[in-house]
Design a protein around this ligand. Structure first.
Ligand code: SF4
Ligand code: F3S
Ligand code: FES
Length: 250
């Protein structure tokens, strides 16, 4: 059974600054099982070839189809039109550079954040002893690393975060989650102090105001709340420890 659904889509192309941002209304005959991603393709194919939005995998893996669906950051390819009301508003994710309409450049921000936080495995020994790569990891640790590795860099957590809106240099829950991922990995040779240097200030773990919207909107249901709280406790303990050392040296 199909039903008629309205999509009010925020249209704006930064390349055409003379055209002011506006909501454009599209009416669609939505078929059973149709995802929002398919609906947008239908609109682009049959109603408006100029509509911009992103997708790659259509399976919740690439993270590129994130947008504001009725005000909430979500993945279009994992959203069933059947679960949406008869009239909907779609807008691009805030915070990220707008490419046009529903398309934003999350990749540019994610690359900058990844470089700034060095979110890759730091394991010099592996270059000399490749057998370490094959070393078994205990199941609990592997599970913890795998859990955080499921991040698809969609940007939903950053788009929903009030702190990120106030300070653009905040690394977001995605950045903190990545640090937690490498900290949990026994193959990473970095010490706690190295991680502390990367996120132990207001652009990192101490900037987070525990608003928890990140945790609510993450489409991969990553344990962001637990990980941020854990990092904060560890970092606070490290600060107290370092301060104690300085005092005893006096
Ligand atoms: Fe997306 Fe979740 Fe990764 Fe944030 S932590 S970028 S919401 S998958
Ligand atoms: Fe933002 Fe999540 Fe912290 S929403 S303020 S990163 S708990
Ligand atoms: Fe890849 Fe939606 S198209 S996550």
């Amino acid at each position: 059974m199909s039903r008629q659904v309205i999509f009010n889509i925020l249209r704006y192309n930064p390349q055409l600054p003379n055209v002011t941002p506006h909501l454009q209304r599209y009416l669609l005959e939505a078929a059973d099982g149709m995802t929002l991603f398919i609906a947008l393709n239908e609109i682009r194919e049959h109603q408006d070839a100029t509509l911009q939005f992103d997708f790659v995998c259509r399976a919740g893996i690439c993270g590129s189809c994130a947008m504001l669906i009725n005000g909430r950051p979500r993945l279009a390819c994992r959203t069933l039109v059947a679960d949406l009301p008869d009239e909907n508003t779609l807008a691009p994710l805030p915070f990220f550079e707008l490419i046009g309409d529903l398309s934003v450049n999350t990749g540019k921000w994610m690359r900058g954040m990844s470089e700034r936080l060095s979110v890759w495995l730091h394991a010099q020994e592996m270059e000399v002893d490749t057998r370490r790569i094959e070393e078994r990891m205990d199941a609990e640790t592997a599970e913890a690393v795998y859990e955080l590795d499921r991040c698809v860099e969609c940007g939903c957590c950053v788009a929903a975060c009030g702190t990120a809106r106030m300070r653009p240099d905040f690394v977001g829950a995605v950045g903190l989650g990545k640090i937690a991922r490498f900290r949990a990995d026994p193959r990473d040779m970095r010490e706690d102090a190295d991680f502390y240097e990367l996120i132990g200030d207001d652009t990192g773990v101490f900037g987070c105001m525990s608003l928890l919207a990140c945790h609510d909107v993450c489409p991969k249901t990553l344990p962001l709340q637990t990980q941020i709280a854990f990092l904060r406790r560890k970092m606070a303990a490290q600060t107290i420890k370092s301060a104690g050392k300085k005092t005893s040296l006096r």
